[in-house]
Design a protein around this ligand. Structure first.
Ligand code: AMP
Ligand code: MG
Length: 324
């Protein structure tokens, strides 16, 4: 089986073909805001401008190699409305043009499924941290339940906001990680865990203020230590509560080495196992949509045209995980 996957929930437009065992081809085009953060309509325009080129390159590879597609998977949500609509329109056209079914994929679930596929994790508690989301999830009674999540902004968004406020380019995460390595001391910042949920808005603001009085490297380091300790605490509690022996880190912020290291330590201390997917599967990518689409298709799940409307607020626990 071969499935085409289209991703474009936010900044990255990406198309990929996968079969059961590997990624056959992936092409992407990244929207970079001229200034500030992501502007939804500008990002959607970027996707529209580059759709023909990105998808065209993947289809050309399919023709050259004689790959026959069995379905078109697309990220149906959650994400930015205008971006989702652009991608869904392209997916519908391709489905009609090739006479193959559509598979509407939940973007968060795609991060989890590609992570499991890539690492061999079987039933992990998942920490999903990205520019748009921060959640702790685990499979329970046939659905990916959300055990904890942010009460305001995502951790990636908090890192990017702080970075912008101190004049670092977007996205801020990688630069903050780099600066944190040369820190000399920890500066106390607000640590906010409420029940199983966390909050990052106050931390981001406090860090911006602290940067006026302290070395930037020290603030970057303290931001990471504080935010990541919050995430690790909730992940550990989810593992205990849901009786999971594995943890997995996914999403763009998962590229951060320090966060992976902290989760690894936590898992080892409780006799569990930690799984970290390859970097190319961490940020938003077309392969994760194709991979999840293929798993769903194999389980007999397809999306009729009339139910292919985009779902900007699509929650993971709305999806019945019939393939698990
Ligand atoms: P995503 O939405 O999954 O594509 O992830 C994008 C987010 O990941 C942005 O907020 C980035 O700042 C963040 N990010 C990327 N690399 C790193 C890193 N090394 N450390 C922390 N955050 C990162
Ligand atoms: Mg994502």
């Amino acid at each position: 089986m071969i499935v085409l996957g289209l991703e474009g929930t936010a900044w990255n437009l990406s198309a990929a073909l996968v079969d059961e065992s590997r990624v056959l081809v992936e092409k992407s085009s990244t929207y970079v805001p001229a200034k500030g953060g992501i502007h939804p309509r500008e990002a959607a325009q970027h996707h529209a401008d580059h759709m023909a080129e990105v998808v065209g390159n993947v289809l050309q590879a399919a023709r050259e190699n004689g790959w026959q597609m069995d379905a078109v998977a697309f990220s149906q949500g959650p994400g930015l409305g205008p971006c989702l609509r652009t991608v869904a329109t392209a997916a519908r056209v391709l489905s009609l043009r090739f006479g193959i079914p559509l598979v509407g994929v939940n973007h968060c679930i795609a991060h989890i499924e590609v992570g499991k596929w890539n690492t061999g994790a079987r039933d992990p508690a998942v920490l999903y941290v990205s520019g748009g989301n921060s959640q702790v999830l685990a499979l329970r009674q046939g659905r990916y339940r959300i055990f904890g999540e942010t009460l305001d902004i995502s951790v990636g968004n908090a890192l990017d906001k702080f970075a912008r406020s101190v004049g670092l380019p977007h996205p801020g995460g990688p630069r903050i990680e780099e600066l944190a390595r040369s820190a000399g001391q920890y500066i106390p910042l607000p640590y906010t865990v409420k029940g199983m949920d966390f909050s990052f808005s106050g931390l981001s603001t406090a860090a911006s203020e602290a940067a006026r009085k302290h070395e930037l490297a020290d603030v970057c380091y303290s931001f990471q230590e504080t935010a990541f300790a919050m995430l690790v605490e909730v992940t550990e509690r989810a593992m205990a509560h849901a009786e999971k022996k594995e943890a997995m880190l996914v999403g763009g912020v998962g590229a951060n080495r320090r966060l992976g290291e902290m989760l690894d330590i936590m898992c080892r201390e409780r006799g569990g196992r930690f799984f970290l997917p390859e970097r190319k599967f961490m940020g938003d990518n077309g392969s994760m949509i194709a991979c999840t689409g293929l798993i769903m298709l194999r389980a007999g799940v397809t999306t009729p045209l009339g139910q292919s409307q985009v779902r900007p607020g699509y929650r993971t626990d709305e999806v019945e995980v019939v393939w698990a």
